[in-house]
Design a protein around this ligand. Structure first.
Ligand code: TXA
Ligand code: MG
Length: 340
């Protein structure tokens, strides 16, 4: 199969619709990352998505719909505070997990009696979802556990020959996946942090909690996706806490002496600390939004240019950075250095 990359236009949208109607999958842009989309009502299309990605079969998918889609077709109950959340944040990078059973293919939610629904704000995503006018399930368009894609080229690099069409909507502005918010309880619960932060949700509905998975008792884990190692570049990747710049430098020097190709990933104000040291410096940026937008592209660049990536965590750890650090920590292992 040849994989075409096409800018979003009436012809490519018509082509995408035809592929979806035939039970195929199409990659689409969103404001967060690219998704690998298929018809949520079609068992075979949903199974195909799991297969192509190599995704564990107990990790549920998000259904994407356009702004005017009638949600009552796919959810069982609309919790009282959900309307406020939709008004405040949608369309946008917030996925709401509703009570829902037997509304779409049973493979979508992997046996859970909930459905994650997302209304993306990306104009190209909206155009595609309007064109097909059905819920499109779409996980991030990367091979399972690899770094999520923020450009059509990233999708192509992972799925060339495996899917017929990538709708190209440019670089994703958000850069990390949507906040996943369980709204089945009295208080909303963040299952995956993202650009819509806990503080922002509290402002709208008064309360919001963050789910901390208990890895010991994983049979009751609410959001299976949070368990997996994820976002990993195809090179060795280690990280140091923000206050351990010196340790990071020592570690880099030791590795350079072994003739390893090393790159360092850090926030802009640290770039000068690492420059001219024999390492490639990947500049994460200054603001939390910038760091979110640049993270995945840089992790993918790292795998092309080095054998070892050393990431230094940014100082800011709250708000949007909660989501950025969540991804960075799962992409890079912590290094324990013995103090001499
Ligand atoms: O920004 C995004 O959300 C991107 C774009 C393409 O929309 N999509 C995305 O999908 O990140 P994926 O499949 O890579 O991540 C979906 C996350 C997983 O952590 C999964 O466990 C969780 O959402 N999830 C999906 N359905 C769920 C459900 N019914 N209950 C709890 N968690 C759910
Ligand atoms: Mg993903």
């Amino acid at each position: 199969m040849t994989t075409k990359i096409e800018r979003i236009c009436p012809q490519s949208l018509a082509e995408a619709k035809e592929i979806i109607k035939q039970g195929g999958v199409v990659a689409m842009p969103t404001e967060t990352v690219y998704g690998l989309g298929g018809n949520a009502f079609d068992d075979n299309a949903v199974k195909k998505i799991f297969e192509i990605k190599g995704r564990p079969s107990n990790n549920p998918l998000i259904a994407h719909v356009h702004l005017d889609y009638d949600l009552s077709k796919i959810i069982d109950y609309d919790p009282p505070y959900a309307q406020k959340l939709r008004e405040a944040f949608l369309p946008g990078p917030l996925t709401l997990v509703y009570p829902s059973k037997n509304r779409v293919s049973p493979f979508v939610s992997c046996g859970l009696d909930t459905l994650a629904v997302r209304i993306p704000s990306h104009a190209g995503a909206q155009a595609f979802l309007k064109e097909v006018d059905i819920p499109i399930v779409a996980p991030s368009a990367n091979i399972s556990k690899h770094v999520s894609p923020t450009s059509a080229k990233h999708v192509f690099d992972d799925f060339n020959g495996k899917i017929p069409l990538i709708l190209d909507g440019g670089e994703c502005e958000g850069g990390i996946e949507s906040t996943v918010l369980d709204i089945t309880g009295e208080i909303p619960l963040i299952l995956r942090p993202g650009l819509i932060t806990r503080e922002m949700i509290v402002k709208v509905v008064g309360a919001c909690e963050e789910y901390i998975p208990d890895l010991e008792k994983d049979e009751k884990v609410k959001s299976p996706g949070v368990l997996y190692q994820h976002y990993t570049p195809r090179c060795q990747a280690f990280r140091f806490a923000s206050e351990r710049v010196k340790d990071a430098k020592n570690h880099i020097n030791q590795e350079l002496e072994k003739n390893k190709k090393v790159a360092v990933l850090c926030e802009r104000e640290l770039v000068k600390e690492f420059e001219n040291n024999g390492v490639a410096v990947l500049d994460l940026g200054n603001t939390p939004a910038e760091m979110a937008a640049r993270l995945y592209g840089l992790l993918r660049e790292a795998e092309d240019i080095c054998e070892l990536l050393i990431a230094v965590e940014p100082k800011e750890q709250n708000g949007v950075m909660t989501g950025v650090l969540n991804r960075l920590r799962r992409a890079c292992q912590e290094v324990e250095i013995k103090q001499n």
